[in-house]
Design a protein around this ligand. Structure first.
Ligand SMILES: [Zn+2]
Length: 258
């Protein structure tokens, strides 16, 4: 996916140079919360440009959230109405979701093993390997979740067997950030964190996070069709270039006749 090796417009954007619409973004995370992390371009910066945010505005968020199943279509209608009535609440909702996204990204990088793409002490990435930043992010996530939990309700489902369900999102204007907070806590508490990977940036991957659900735990790329193939092609090009330049370099060397 998007990286210095795989420009975002290489992912099927219909207009060259235009990033993909958020509703065409590949869902590779294996959990909605990881797909949320992947709505921001990760990986190596491209020519110093800021990373592209696919959740560019409240409309993009409102279209993306039902797509990953955090809300249903009827709920999306209610959120849309609430946000049209109160644009400030819409912007606050988007800001809250972006906060949750970045906090979860920091915590995940701190939690997963460096061999799987977790944070290192790389001085070029001052926040990634900082346990204080990850701790602060956890506090922030807890605060978001606490607010969401305070607004949640217990619902009796009279099915067979009957169940009591905890339903987040009783206030339409806050429904999306509340569900995002719920999803973030869910992935942190229920996912096997030894199976969370980061598409390998150092090898040309995009830095997106995903749950490796392969039987033998050997998945390395977010999508082989994108990052894996791109990285392989780049390595092949580099090997060919090295093979072409090596003989001429030797021929031009002052030691070449020895
Ligand atoms: Zn990737």
């Amino acid at each position: 996916m998007p990286s210095s090796a795989t420009p975002i417009n290489a992912l099927g954007g219909s207009v060259p140079g235009m990033p993909l619409d958020v509703c065409r973004l590949p869902l590779v995370g294996g959990h909605p919360a990881l797909d949320l992390v992947n709505t921001l371009e990760r990986g190596a910066p491209i020519d110093g440009d800021p990373p592209h945010d696919f959740l560019s505005d409240t409309s993009a968020l409102l279209r993306w959230t039902p797509r990953v199943g955090l809300i249903n279509d009827a709920e999306a209608d209610r959120v849309g109405q609430a946000w049209r009535d109160d644009p400030a609440a819409a912007h606050a909702g988007l800001a809250a979701v972006r906060d949750i996204r970045e906090q979860l990204h920091l915590v995940m990088l701190a939690a997963i093993h460096p061999a799987d793409g977790g944070a290192t002490d790389d001085p070029g990435s001052p926040t990634e390997g900082d346990p204080i930043a990850a701790g602060a992010a956890l506090v922030g996530l807890h605060e978001r979740w606490s607010g969401a939990a305070a607004r949640a309700t217990l619902v009796l489902d009279r099915g067979d067997p009957p169940q009591i369900r905890l339903t987040y999102g009783t206030v339409p204007a806050l429904l999306i950030p509340d569900r995002a907070a719920e999803a973030a806590l869910d992935v942190l508490r229920t996912a096997d964190l030894t199976r969370v990977r980061r598409c390998p940036v150092a090898e040309g991957g995009c830095g997106w996070l995903f749950l490796d659900q392969s039987r033998n735990g050997s998945r390395r790329w977010c999508r082989m069709a994108d990052c894996g193939t791109t990285a392989k092609a780049r390595r092949l090009t580099e090997r060919r270039r090295a093979a072409r330049t090596a003989p001429s370099a030797r021929a031009g060397s002052p030691d070449s006749g020895l």
